[in-house]
Design a binder for this molecule. Sequence first.
Ligand SMILES: [Zn+2]
Length: 302
Amino acid sequence: MSFQYINQKICICLATLILLSGCSSTHQQEEYSLKLNRQRVQISQNSQIDYLSYIVGSDEDKENVHYKPIDSSKLGTYQVEYINTNSQGQQTRKTLTIDIVKMYKNHIYSPQNIQPTIIENPEDITALVNKTHQIPDGWKPGDLVNVVDSHQQLRKEAAQAYKDFYLAAQERGIKCYAISGYRTNETQSLYWNRQVQIRGEEYASQYSAYPGRSEHQLGLAIDVSNQLTGDRLSEKVADSAIGKFIISDGYKYGFILRYPKDKVSITNYGYEPWHMRYVGKKLAKELHDNELTLEEYMEKEQ
Ligand SMILES: [Zn+2]
């Protein structure tokens, strides 16, 4: 063996050593850090919960994550804590809120028994209110005014936007009637209870909000129709001129169609071609251009 050959061997060995040590330090840097893909989920009563599906990471990463399963037979809201312990013994904890709900078809679930998140920004025009997000008790908008075409009320900014929308529709010869604007908690309670009594909880869960969790209580939502009497708020609104105008032009005035047909699994409400929500022109355009619901937008922003 020549001296040169031995020298070469040493070089290769050294290179391998450097490579190996480089590798192991990269491994340390990439130590798994626990992350969840959701903050809150709704699970049908008595069904199996796939706890690992809410963890971001490989199967190997998930091996060191522990949690305490909950009893899915009891309706209600639960917190499940996931704990990951790394090779140094350090722990990371993440909490998932699980609502065990009475689930009907198409992701529609009953809002009863759910412990909602109380929102902190009810006066914000972009406030998110839905089956899991509730307006604080006793909160009421301070700047309600009548809308242009009826005694229905909206917050001042939303009422002005509705006036612009209404006049633009009128200019095109499109009929627009304001059917329902701001509602008090008492009115919403009456609506919800009446729907449950007359048409049952499944129907109510599809088209009516639980008291405290209606956008109408924010003074930022308005139901409109192409007719003033009869079957005013039906899917027929979708085929009417005003129903089409909401979709094509509503965003230009700051309104979104809040419960679209193809987003039922996200909004967890039935299709409501009549329910417009004011969010301001900027956000309305962004949601319109990207075909996003308020839920999807808020999740993206987190
Ligand atoms: Zn409505």
